[in-house]
Ligand binder design. Structure first.
Ligand code: F6R
Length: 603
């Protein structure tokens, strides 16, 4: 949520590199963008509402500097206006900020003479730093005095006009990393995975990175301090090798990241199959053998993946599983039984609601494992028991596709491993079906899926039973995100208890109907819709299509026949493809839907 990048370089001009890096970070928020440069003209700032392209278009051609920072914003405090865009700047200090300063009112009252130009919390940080610099004449000391006053969460990068060869970065809760490339460029960023660096260091809370120009030389060096215990102490940090490849941030021959990532799914799932075969899930499965319940806590698509995990854990593993949305779990005084294991699922590993849920479980002394796509993330570092890698590679489309199916793949991998201890024959049958998934997904991708959009349709119902119910929830979310059309997932059996009132000639219902033990029941729901004049989009397989002969008012999509494991993947991909097609038809940008951002680091 909001992207930060800063560069200090031996080159004379980093503006293009800064804009390129900011474009790679745009998936974290794209309401407005801005940059500040310590240029030969002094500390200068440029901002624009909207995507990074707008900032690029408004930049004067001659702007050049060896050091600067940039920000792409997802509005939290204050609307998406130029005045609220970052960097916030008072003529002396420029600040880019991710997170929320909670005591902004109290801090503003300490600065009674300031005329506030924005509605942001960040502006108060700017003025505090400037006022401390005026008193202390030392940028690092001024930032320390400022940070000591801040309550809330932040990743900050700060430049000051009187310190023309110096950049300072610090953080609390929100992630911030330092990187270096083999060309001598130093980076600070909120999202190291998409910045092309050879080595990196993740900052811990209250760590400070200072980049300065080497005396008599053109290059910059980084040194590290900590503000912990209210001191300013120099510390040593160890650079780690990064495995980034430039291809990660490029669309290649695809039209956008969404379709690229949809197509990556067979390879991503194969990684979890390999992990299962390597025995990577043995430690967690062994621990589950000693537990009487599993709790899964997550948000959004990750929550829906968790619900699918529950269906598998209870059906195949006979292990009691509770699944909960993090933001609800956090404030309802939940009970964590001693003999349970909690799984936190998060693509980004930075979702604040889920991080807060970790605090709740930790306070109850519960054991927890983390399933994430970002091994450097805050959640990954916090895992007290097991850390399971989604291995999906950076997901740059805001709408989750490959990370969602990777979550399913890790969950079923764990369930199969658990069954290998309890019932090896059952495990073998499930594993055989799991191993078919990459091939089946390639078949699903070979077809087109089209959602008939009825003019004035008020809503689209997604109906499924059994495991297809959480897939229906995920399908409806995908449609909402990519097309802004209201959609709702419902258990098929629940339709008659209320939502059937919505069905008329303008209604479209997407029905997930693999030919499994629930087929006849979900077909009844399809008939109920059609009998009331509604239109049905019927996702089934060859056997289901042969039995569902109702052709009036319905469109059928024939998916490959799937088993009890593979059906979840096949129908999830069908839902992604349907939403993607609808977004294309409506001219919506599936990579950057309005109002959304990747990695939701506010509550
Ligand atoms: C939907 C989507 C979101 C995320 C949710 C949780 O396409 O991407 O619903 O699933 O914000 O994010 P993570 O998994 O990063 O915790």
């Amino acid at each position: 949520m909001c992207g930060i990048v800063a560069i200090a370089s031996p080159r004379t001009n980093i503006v293009e590199s800064l804009l390129d890096a900011l474009t790679a970070l745009e998936y974290r928020g794209y309401d407005s963008a801005g940059l500040a440069l310590l240029s030969p003209r002094g500390l200068v700032r440029h901002r624009a509402v909207g995507k990074v392209k707008n900032l690029r278009d408004t930049l004067p051609a001659l702007e050049a500097a060896p050091i600067g920072m940039a920000h792409t914003r997802w509005a939290v405090m204050g609307a998406a206006t130029e005045a609220n865009a970052h960097p916030q700047f008072d003529g002396e200090t420029a600040v880019v900020h991710n997170g929320i300063i909670e005591n902004v009112g109290e801090l503003k009252s300490m600065l009674p003479d300031i005329i506030w130009e924005s509605q942001t919390d960040t502006e108060v940080v700017v003025h505090l730093v400037s006022s401390f610099v005026r008193k202390e004449r030392d940028l690092l000391a001024a930032i320390k005095s400022t940070v000591q006053l801040l309550k809330g969460t932040f990743a900050l990068v700060i430049l000051h006009k009187d310190f023309p060869d110096m950049l300072v970065a610090t953080k609390r809760i929100n992630p911030l990393s330092v990187g270096k490339s083999n060309t001598g460029d130093l980076f600070v960023t909120s999202d190291i995975a998409v910045i092309p660096v050879e080595q990196y260091i993740d900052l811990e809370d209250d760590d400070v990175c200072v980049m300065r120009k080497r005396v008599g030389e053109g290059d910059f060096f980084a040194e590290f301090y900590t503000f912990r215990h209210n001191k300013l102490e120099k510390i040593e940090k160890t650079w780690k090798d990064a495995n980034q490849t430039a291809t990660v941030t490029s669309i290649g021959d695809y039209k956008n990241f969404t379709i690229k990532e949809i197509h990556e799914q067979p390879n991503v799932i194969q990684k979890s199959i390999n992990a299962l075969n390597r025995g990577d899930y043995i430690p967690i499965a062994q621990e589950m053998m000693n537990k009487s319940a599993i709790n899964i806590i997550a948000c959004g698509s990750s929550f829906y993946a968790g619900l699918i995990g529950k269906y598998w854990l209870e059906r195949f593993g006979r292990l009691l599983t509770n699944v909960e949305i993090s933001s609800e779990f956090n404030y309802r005084y939940p009970v964590i039984t001693k003999n349970s294991l909690t799984l936190f699922i998060s693509q980004s590993g930075e979702t604040l609601d889920t991080l807060k849920a970790m605090e709740v479980v930790r306070a109850e002394q519960g054991d927890f494992a983390v399933i994430t796509n970002v091994l450097q993330s805050t959640m990954a570092k916090a895992a007290t028991r097991h850390l399971l890698d989604l291995g999906a590679g950076p997901e740059l489309s805001v709408v989750s596709t490959k990370a969602f199916t990777a979550q399913l793949a890790v969950l079923i991998g764990v369930v199969i491993q658990y069954l290998k201890f309890k019932d090896p024959r059952a495990a073998d049958i499930l594993q055989e079906d799991f191993e078919r998934v990459p091939g089946l997904l390639s078949q699903v991708m070979g077809q087109n899926y089209h959602l008939p959009l009825i003019p004035n349709a008020s809503s689209i119902l997604y109906l499924g039973r059994g495991i297809c119910y959480p897939i229906a929830l995920e399908g409806a979310l995908k449609l909402k995100e990519t097309t802004y059309i209201h959609a709702e997932g419902y258990p098929g059996g629940e339709m008659k208890h209320g939502p059937i009132a919505l069905i008329d000639a303008r209604a479209v219902s997407v029905i997930l109907a693999p030919h499994n033990e629930l087929f006849n029941k979900i077909v009844s729901n399809a008939h109920e819709v059609i009998a009331r004049g509604g239109h049905v989009v019927f996702f089934t397989d060859a056997a289901g299509n042969a039995e569902f002969t109702q052709r009036a008012n319905s469109t059928a999509y024939v998916m490959p026949s799937s088993g009890p494991v593979s059906e979840a993947f096949v129908y999830s991909l069908g839902m992604q493809a349907l939403a993607y097609d609808a977004a294309g038809g409506l001219g919506c940008d599936p990579d950057r839907p309005r109002n959304l951002a990747k990695s939701v680091t506010v509550e």
